[in-house]
Design a binder for this molecule. Sequence first.
Ligand code: ADP
Length: 846
Amino acid sequence: MENLQTHTNQYLLLLLLLFLSSIQFISPAFNPPDNHLITCGSDSITNIDGRDFSPDSNTNSVLLSAPSKISITDPNPSPDSSPLYHTARIFTGNSSYEFNIKSNGTHLVRLHFFPFPSQRFNLSAAVFGVSALGFSLLKDFKVPNKTQVIREYIIKVDSGKIVISFAPSGNSPPSSSFAFVNAIEVFSAPTDLIADDAQFVIPSGMENFNGLINQVLETVHRINVGGFIIVPLNDTLWRTWIPDDEFLFSRSAAKRVIFGGRIKYQMGGASREIAPDNVYSTAQEMNIGNLTVIPNFNITWIFPVSTGFRHLVRLHFCDIVSRALNELFFDIYINGGLVYKDFDLSSRTILSLASPYYTDLITDADDSGVIRVSIGPSDLSSTSRRNAILNGVEIMKMNGELGPISETKSKKNIGVVIGTVVGGFGFVCVLVVVILLVLRKRKGMKPKPKSDPKSNNTGGWSPMGGYGGSSYSALTERTNASPGANLNLGLRISFSDVQSATNNFSENLLIGSGGFGNVYKGVLKDGTKVAVKRGMPGSRQGLSEFLTEITVLSKIRHRHLVSLIGYCEEQSEMILVYEFMENGSLRSHLYGSNLPCLSWKQRLEICIGSARGLHYLHTGSSQPIIHRDVKPANILLDEKLMAKVADFGLSRAVACLDQSHVSTNVKGSFGYLDPEYFRRQHLTDKSDVYSFGVVLLEVLCARPAIDISLPREQVNLAEWAMWYQKKGMLGEIIDPKLMGNINLTSLRKFGETVEKCLAEYGVDRPAMGDVLWNLEYALQLQETEIHREPYEDSTTSASDSSLPIVTRAPLGSTRIESDSPAVKSDGSSDTTPSGVFSQLITSEGR
Ligand code: ADP
């Protein structure tokens, strides 16, 4: 008997356990304590997605007070549209609905509008205001013709009722002096939907924010990142989530991930009501493709918002990409500022993969009209696992706080008034997008390329356009931000503009062809001459170079770095648009062309300009950048022969030069490669210094770094020339056209500089700044005939056996090249290469 009892208990226990475990998997649908769903102007119950919408004239909990009770019905309703939009209630004067609230707390309020054609009322002409609990939600509101608009608010109720009022706008003409609504939802939100605290984004990071729960929030964007549209039927709170494609800044940077496994909702993380499985089972991750360099770019989404308002940005994450815990670390940026560094989902989700997590961030009002969300890899991830993900985004406008009117509140209300006029377009956009997406899907239309929301009012192009024409200092200030965050809309150029600039990529305008693709000369609408580099159409090869180029050049500007004027990534194109460099590459002036010979002074000025550009790359911004492909083909010359370093596709940012080297696959050009980098695969700024040493030799000898047509000992320029340099005979192998025109002391300084650049070990090579100074000195020695003993102008000790043997150098008398075109040019020392002297304070140097 006792035995039987024990068995029964065990059986019951097992059942209970089974029951408990099953509710983990099939959590019950959310059942809101308050659930008022009304279809306005209708006289029958309408069931939508399993929810009953009652007629507004026939329900217990709703009191309609209106001067007249007018309802209208769409005479020709579209069979595809929801029956909620087939009828409407018209208010010719101030009117209101009162909903009894059984359970005080946060509620969702959704207002549905659709101006269907009606003979009696032109619904799209109506101009009106809507308020709830005395708080203005919509002011001077109009609904565009044939556009379904849902406005959603999250409001805390503590008075046992919520009154929603409609009022025709006072100054509208009588024919449009009415308000209307098609349907209203008022229902309790799950208690955890809006927490009271969030993180407030400040320039230096974040600080705590309390009081979110008292804010009237208005949904502006609700995005299922990497996924498809989620319709109310498939959402736990009957929300609509739309795909992120339209907001993705650079589509090629992101790759969709779809997860087939189970999403594990956990205590402490997100609940199914925060966002449904479908949001967490898709994401965008970094599109690493078959990159051979360590991926170092961000993915950025740009969301239009109302200016002048704080916004709540809710980011949804779920690690559906990792194979193991603690594999994924990434950085998160809002409007270019770092908010989370080394964000680690494993530690935030009680050690489980595929477990949802969300974070609430508040951004202060700004005038940009957009919120940028970026994610990018963290250095904590192993090289082969660098990635970053995002699963969902919600953006809600903070309309202000409910409660007694205080000074701050009234200020905020002014904001609401302005904001509802200028802003509030968000959810309309959302719905228009939803409708468009559905239509596209039906008609199989190709999505129209996204137009730049800002480009409408930007007529011409300027290299600084990306920052609204801001100054150089503004640009450099931003270098702390993430590279991806600095990819900005202002640099985007439409494909059609590129086509018209290049006469549709006319063969006549082809000026060259490089590793990335063809290069065309072009002229933009505003007359700016440009060089247009077009990646092989249809090929994703060079994607990483493309992204790196944009990332690096968006971040930095310098007189001696070629400016990126814009780029285009529409229709699978990868196009880079640069300032046009009239005189082409340094290479073409040194050999292989019939261009006039450059004088020694011109050559020195070009070397100095390039050294300046590289010095800036290494030290000018918070994150040093190593070019990795320094060679004469990548040094371009403008109309005044001023040198600018180009081609940043291979460049790499390093955290800090002091402790720095980057382990990497060897990249760069044969003949210029730092032997240490080649052997140990350690990339440092000194690798650029080595390559630059080779460039200096090419400039001096006017021959390529590698020339296999020459006798064996001469094939490698660096080896061959160093042999001569070490014997003090460098003057014997210089460009014959320079013979007799180089000041001996200048050559000696130059030779020593090259030798140091080409030192076997990076530690023995000078920094770019020292190279620059030595070249400036060599130029000064060329320009002024200074008679010195060898040791006086040399940094090498006088006893050094490698000192040049002056008598052997077959050089003629010193000549000051006063007829150089660079000197003859307009004379503004700031813009001519002669300006390089600005840093040379005394001839004795530092
Ligand atoms: P590579 O990939 O070999 O470095 P590029 O694609 O950079 O070559 O350039 C190919 C050709 O286009 C070169 O001859 C170069 O001089 C020319 N070019 C590149 N950029 C510009 C520019 N901004 N202005 C004028 N010519 C340019």
